[in-house]
Design a protein around this ligand. Structure first.
Ligand code: MFK
Length: 562
């Protein structure tokens, strides 16, 4: 019989990630610029080994966790309520490695002093896009540890804190952060969970609509100790609760359902009923939102780093592909338009990473009591700004990344679509873009954030710049003046609300421009980055974007509404 000749025996080679530390030249240049040489040489071997693993076994575990989604079994065969959640083996491996590699612990051991946070977040930057977003439990765990450091009593500073910051996988504990209820995820003060006295402690009764991740060991949540009166909302308080009792049963919690989400498929996000969960009060009674903001300000920095992780991946995957895939007679990387798309993705991840790592520098200083008042207010101001900005950039980069693989990028089992699905959550959880724009205003006005930004940036502009940067210095200075002039020209608080989103985006881009300028001042010989700043100032930043709300006719309307 005649043998069938296939039309083509071509099989596309699969692009592989290399060492995500060693290959990230910008990251290394950044660390060489802002870390003391001895700190860098101390942590480099660890970053190197970690960077080599994220593109290999971590990805295999992440894929396993994505494909084998968590399941909930509410009843056993005999009718007992058990609410048992099963997660994939890959998910467990990602937890184990997070503990062993100190992904939370590094920030609390503080062996590198004020640079510990930068070290920790560089590892998280490499880890997130290969973790099926195990970073989410880590974010809440870290936020909980910080909450305990600041507001915790002796009990919380004992075993719970030690568990959250342990490197031993057997002892490592994770925490949830339960705020969202059916009444709202943004307007948290509409919470309908009540805390009833129970000896020295409390019993919580209520409902939590989104809780990540129910497989945690403990949670911090909000509840009111008083019933609302005459329609007036009762103030909230933070409570700590262990998820399970000593015998392993759930602590007055019933898992109603696991959420069916667009992305973050490996993460067991649950809808819960609290039917008398034993809990301890944390911080000041009635100051719940303020107290828990310590936690969510940390998770917002995690969100920022996670966004940069996805942006880096949205660049490094198509970059790897560009050297092996051929079309129209040559490697696709040789086609000028593919090269241009890659350039966009490269500039985007580097610029956003610049902003994210700046936050970790400020955070490290604050936690080591080395930050000036200006730096503390700047951290407060830039946390929501960086979170909202980087999330949107990550989504755009992820979408472009898919397109750069053509149809293959659209196939689930290529592993590429999850970059987009998982990035999409970054602009939602931990505060939406609009809510965070308002938080920026809160920080700008109540916590001296705007003034701190003006002081800090003017100080940066006063540094010694080499002659080669004279033009850039003038251009960044002009953008700074445009920004400060604009915010001081806004006539009313209502108008400022309408402009807040435009202001937040511009502020993020302006901060990035200032940071590039500072980076170039310290690295005048690295000309490739001068091209980036040129692009950023000329094509990325658009002064007209500050007035989008006005062009859309929303400025006066906001005044009329209120
Ligand atoms: C990969 C990374 C993953 C991250 C993990 C994600 C998993 C977690 C899943 C979730 O839980 S997602 C739900 C997240 N939800 C939010 O982030 C809430 C979004 N809404 C807000 O942030 C609202 O702005 C807020 C709830 C805070 C508004 O509440 P209020 O009560 O109307 O605020 P108000 O009255 O302005 O502020 C109360 C106090 O808190 C004030 O202080 P004082 O009592 O001293 O006056 C505020 O200054 C203070 N405050 C508010 N936000 C703050 C803050 N302080 C510091 N930092 C902040 N960000």
């Amino acid at each position: 019989m005649k043998k069938h000749t296939p039309y083509s025996d071509f099989i596309q080679q699969i692009p592989q990630l290399g060492n995500e530390f060693e290959d990230d030249k910008f990251l290394i240049d950044y660390l060489e610029t802002y870390l003391p040489a001895e700190t860098l040489s101390e942590i480099k071997p660890d970053l190197m080994q970690f960077g080599g693993r994220v593109g290999k076994e971590f990805l295999v575990w992440a894929r396993d966790a994505e494909v084998n989604e968590p399941t909930l079994m509410q009843f056993d065969a005999w009718g007992n309520r058990v609410d048992e959640i099963k997660v994939a083996d890959g998910w467990k491996q990602l937890e184990r490695v997070a503990a062993e590699d100190g992904l939370v612990a590094i920030g609390y051991e503080r062996k590198q002093g004020e640079y510990s946070r930068m070290y920790q977040f560089v590892k998280l930057y490499m880890y997130t896009a290969s973790s099926a977003i195990y970073t989410c439990p880590l974010a809440m765990t870290d936020g909980a540890a910080r909450l305990i450091e600041i507001h915790g009593n002796e009990f919380l500073k004992g075993a719970p804190f030690e568990g959250l910051t342990s490197r031993n996988p057997e002892k490592f504990k994770t925490s949830g952060q339960w705020m969202t209820e059916r009444t709202g995820g943004s307007d948290v003060s509409r919470s309908m969970t009540f805390a009833y006295p129970d000896g020295d402690n409390f019993e919580l009764k209520g409902h939590k609509w989104f809780t990540s991740a129910i497989t945690a060991d403990m949670a911090f949540t909000l509840a009111s100790t008083e019933q609302p009166e005459n329609g007036k909302r009762a103030p909230l308080t933070v409570f700590y609760l262990p998820i399970r009792n000593e015998d392993g049963s759930l602590n007055g919690i019933q898992v109603e359902a696991l959420k069916d989400k667009l992305g973050t498929k490996a993460l067991p996000t649950a809808q819960l009923e609290l039917i008398g969960a034993k809990a301890r009060l944390v911080g000041e009674k009635g100051k719940g939102v303020k107290t828990i903001s310590t936690l969510f300000n940390i998770t917002r920095i995690y969100n920022t780093i996670s966004a940069t992780s996805y942006m880096r991946r949205a660049y490094s995957f198509p970059k790897a592909y560009s050297d092996m895939r051929e079309a129209f007679g040559q490697k696709i990387g040789k086609h000028v338009l593919y090269e241009k798309s890659l350039k966009h993705l490269e500039i985007t991840y580097q610029s956003n990473l610049m902003l994210a790592l700046f936050l970790t520098r400020l955070l490290g200083k604050e936690e080591c009591h080395l930050a000036s008042e200006t730096e503390q207010s700047l951290l407060r101001l830039l946390t929501p700004v960086a979170k909202l900005y980087t999330a949107k950039q990550a989504i755009a980069s992820a979408s472009e990344c898919i397109e750069m693989f053509g149809g293959l990028g659209y196939l689930e089992d290529s592993g590429i679509p999850s970059i987009l699905r998982d990035s999409q959550v970054l602009s939602i959880w931990e505060g939406t873009t609009n809510v965070l724009s308002l938080d920026m205003l809160r920080a700008a006005e109540k916590e001296n954030g705007l003034n701190a930004f003006a002081v800090y940036s003017k100080e940066l502009m006063k540094q010694d710049y080499p002659a080669s940067l004279k033009d850039f210095h003038a251009k960044v200075g002009a953008k700074l003046n445009t920004f400060l002039g604009f915010v001081s020209s806004v006539k009313s608080a209502e108008d400022m609300v309408a402009y807040s989103r435009d202001v937040a985006f511009y502020l993020a881009e302006l901060t990035i421009a200032l940071l590039w300028l500072d980076f170039l001042r310290l690295n005048p010989e690295k000309e490739e980055y001068a091209q980036t700043l040129n692009y950023w100032l000329t094509y990325k930043m658009n002064d007209a974007s500050l007035k989008e709300a006005e062009v859309l006719g929303l400025v006066e309307k906001e005044a009329v509404r209120s």
